[in-house]
Design a binder for this molecule. Structure first.
Ligand code: HEM
Length: 424
């Protein structure tokens, strides 16, 4: 990727929705300028549109360097998650559906994480492996004969969605509606998912409630039956005598479908685009797929940075790399910027499927909120790229990706691709 000239830092407005409509290289150049000249900078918050139910927030610190992101992540007692993880403070009604452990601190966070972690042990994931393989195979089976499709909606999106639904024991008849609701929740700034004139807060709450209701229904059917999906395990789970309450189960489900779908889908989509843009790297990986699969998958997560930022709040007056921060200040860690930090990565704007070491922060920094699904996501990506390399080896992206307008998810909504039927 080639960057345009770096802009002046005073001209950078991270809260302007138009900024998030610009092409990736322009956005990258802005973050490169911030890292170089003002690595921790204060920004105003986005201007709510007329009729929005709450006022503009007080602003936030933007943390752009890899080392500072690590520092914030590993000191949750100073930079907490419990006061909100989105830049904007969300109304209390949101907590009912979106208040799961990602927005909690210890001891509540630790308690929930201990209970739900049992669904993500190496043994539990090993059991899921044949399902991931079957789902990936079926995805390619469905498109193979057509010779062309929308890479995002027909190849990258179904696998993570179906796997989370399989994991939780959601019936297949519900997957389409789960998909539509997660699109709304993560695409609030994009008119394709939340049409102009629709109240985004109401749209998110409606979708959150629909997902939570689905889980409650499911829990009723599964209670006491001791099935072998995660929902049953969580209903049966007792860690130190504790179980999840029904609202905790519902909001954990909302977190899982939201956190596990779009992220993995975007990693696969950006990864495929990058492999087409860097054919030498594609050839190198194809020549030794199994030998390079681990480093290539990590590099794709760094490259894609599907999650752009998360927020913390300072619990006391403190300092970060010399920058005083007051108790109550919002602190936003820009994972996407950390993953391009020139002081951490050599040639950060080049894809290198053999990159090692590769201490990216695509799954978050070292700390209590490091991605619970990282191992599952890695498995899904391994299986999907193996399938793509084997069965659609000459797949090419044939048009510009249509990007999601969001400052939170680095998303591709649509991306045309083609392959020769003979190769398939
Ligand atoms: C490439 C795919 C993925 C990426 C890039 C990603 C990224 C992230 C990031 C950056 C965080 C940290 C949040 C913070 O800083 O507060 C996180 C947390 C989390 N992720 Fe992922 N994720 C991915 C896939 C998944 C999958 C497949 C699942 C589950 C099915 C999942 C479940 C979670 C959960 C539950 C948390 C919250 C953990 C906690 O608060 O203790 N993620 N993820």
């Amino acid at each position: 990727m080639k960057l345009p000239p770096l802009p002046l830092v005073d001209s950078i407005d991270l809260s302007d929705l138009e900024f998030w409509n610009r092409p990736d290289p322009e956005r990258e150049a802005a973050f490169a300028a911030l890292r170089r000249h003002r690595p921790i900078s204060f920004h105003k918050e986005f201007e709510p549109p007329p009729g929005f139910p709450f006022p503009r927030g007080p602003g936030y610190w933007a943390v752009t360097k890899h080392a500072d992101i690590l520092e914030v992540s590993r000191t949750p007692e100073v930079f907490c998650s419990g006061k909100g993880t989105n830049i904007m403070d969300l109304p209390p009604a949101f907590n009912e559906f979106f208040g799961s452990m990602i927005a909690m601190d210890d001891p509540r966070h630790g308690r929930l994480r201990r209970i739900v972690s049992r669904g993500f042990t190496p043994r539990a994931l090993g059991k899921l492996e044949p399902i991931v393989q079957r789902r990936a195979r079926e995805t390619i089976d469905r498109v193979m004969d057509s010779g062309a499709c929308d890479f995002v909606t027909e190849i990258a999106a179904p696998l993570p969605l179906e796997v989370v639904c399989d994991l939780m024991g959601i019936p297949e008849s519900e997957t389409k509606s789960v998909f539509a609701h997660t699109n709304v929740i993560l695409g609030l700034g994009d008119p394709e998912y939340v049409p102009i004139g629709t109240n985004p807060i109401a749209a998110a709450l409606t979708s959150g409630k629909a997902l939570a209701d689905l889980m409650s229904e499911l829990a009723k059917h599964k209670e006491g039956k001791h099935g072998d999906d995660l929902t049953s395990a969580l209903l049966d789970a007792e860690v130190d005598g504790e179980t999840l309450t029904p609202p905790e189960l519902a909001s954990f489900f909302v977190l899982l479908v939201v956190a596990g779908n779009e992220t993995t889908r975007n990693a696969i989509s950006h990864g495929m685009k990058a492999l087409c843009d860097y054919p030498d790297q594609r050839r190198k990986w194809a020549a030794d797929f199994e030998g390079l699969v681990d480093s290539a998958v990590e590099e794709i997560v760094r490259w894609a940075s599907p999650v752009i930022h998360f927020r913390r709040t300072a619990t006391r007056d403190t300092e970060l790399s010399g920058q005083p921060i007051r108790a109550g200040d919002k602190v936003v860690i820009w994972y996407s910027s950390g993953n391009r930090d020139e002081d951490k990565f050599e040639r950060p704007y080049e894809l290198d499927v053999a990159r090692s070491p590769n201490e990216h922060v695509g799954f978050g920094g070292p700390g209590p909120h490091f991605c619970l699904g990282a191992q599952l996501a890695r498995r899904e990506m391994r299986v999907m790229f193996r399938e793509l390399f084997r069965r659609l080896p000459d797949l090419e992206i044939t048009g510009a990706p249509e990007m999601l307008r969001s400052n939170f998810i680095h998303g591709i909504k649509h991306m045309p691709c083609e392959w020769s039927k003979r190769a398939a």
